[in-house]
Design a binder for this molecule. Structure first.
Ligand SMILES: Cc1ncc(COP(=O)(O)O)c(C=O)c1O
Length: 318
């Protein structure tokens, strides 16, 4: 069985005029995993799959063409020495895509899967076919979000800030497993998922990742400010503004933190709280955002400088 070291945790208190006016403490929790490319929430969500995998088994999972999850799984396979397959939502695999290049460098076999088939990924039939077609692989759902993945996240002591117990726990939410892990670890503390996808099934996705036998009522999800993967000028500017303090990217952590500060500004979130925000990684995605021209060269160089805990992806664009 593969033994995983528990990652080191670091805390940082952010400063921002909105935090001062709303008398709010905002603490960012980051992980320093021994394998830097298994960054943010990925280490926690993949932990049980990696350790429960049989010695002869590889791991297969699914994701978009710039998936942080597939990049992390490939790095884990490379580091721990097991085969990986990534089923990528795309009509054609793009050999210049920096995320897919990184996956390939880490030995992942990549297979394109069209969007219509990908939409069936939660169906019993789709998963039955995967099990039959890949008998030597443990199947991990998109984003690593299932009850096992969430249980891994529940190991994170997110409420224990250096200043004392947090009154509100937050994270960016896409497939729901990270939020579910935080909810189950802290049923008595308010938890807020900052949605970065417009997905009407997200609440039920989160519930599916929670243990069946216990009610959890102390959590909420926001509405995403824009569609998944849509990178707005305001979110990019926010990431650049905060760069002297912390490295963010505009698809997950930057978009979510920006939303959090907007909620404080509009008064939708009560002032005077001590908030803990889990930095879920995703910095490898910056190279892909630059490659797709979602961020400029100057923004890429500013945001990716230093601070990237996920080295390896390099943009192909000049
Ligand atoms: C960087 C980053 N942050 C947040 C999330 C959202 O986590 P979840 O899919 O568990 O909701 C993801 C997706 O896994 C991600 O890659």
């Amino acid at each position: 069985m593969t033994v995983l070291l528990l990652p080191e945790i670091s805390w940082q208190q952010l400063t921002h005029p909105i935090l001062t006016t709303s008398n709010t403490e905002l603490w960012i929790c980051q992980l320093k995993p021994p394998v830097p490319q298994i960054a943010g929430n990925k280490w926690l969500k993949l932990h049980s799959a990696i350790s429960q995998r049989l010695p002869t088994q590889g791991i297969l999972s699914l994701g978009g063409a710039f998936s942080n999850h597939l990049a992390a799984l490939a790095a884990a396979g490379n580091h721990y020495g097991f085969p990986t397959i990534g089923l990528v939502r795309t009509d054609q695999l793009d050999s210049a895509n920096p995320t897919l290049q990184q996956c390939s460098r880490n030995g992942m076999q990549l297979r394109g899967i069209d969007r219509v088939s990908f939409r069936q990924r939660d169906s019993a039939e789709f998963n039955h076919d995967l099990v039959n077609n890949y008998p030597n692989y443990l199947i991990v759902p998109e984003g690593g979000s299932n009850q096992q993945g969430a249980a891994g996240v529940s190991a994170l002591p997110l409420a224990e800030t250096p200043a004392g117990k947090a009154t509100l726990l937050c994270c960016a939410t896409a497939s729901g497993g990270t939020l579910a892990g935080i909810i189950q670890r802290y049923p008595d503390i308010k938890v807020l998922g900052l949605a970065v996808v417009k997905d009407r099934s997200l609440v039920s996705r989160v519930k599916q990742c929670l243990p069946d036998n216990r009610p959890f009522v102390n959590w909420q999800l926001t509405q995403a400010s824009s569609a998944y993967g849509k990178v707005t000028a305001a979110d990019i500017a926010f990431c650049c503004e905060l760069k002297p303090q912390i490295t963010l990217e505009p698809v997950y952590t930057g978009k979510a933190l920006h939303q959090l500060l907007d909620l404080l500004t509009s008064g939708q979130l009560a002032s005077g709280q001590r908030i803990a925000f889990f930095h879920t990684g995703g910095l490898q995605g910056l190279a892909g955002q630059y490659y797709r021209k979602l961020i400029s060269k100057a923004e890429y160089h500013l945001l990716a400088a230093d601070g990237s805990e996920e080295p390896g992806a390099r943009p192909a664009a000049g």
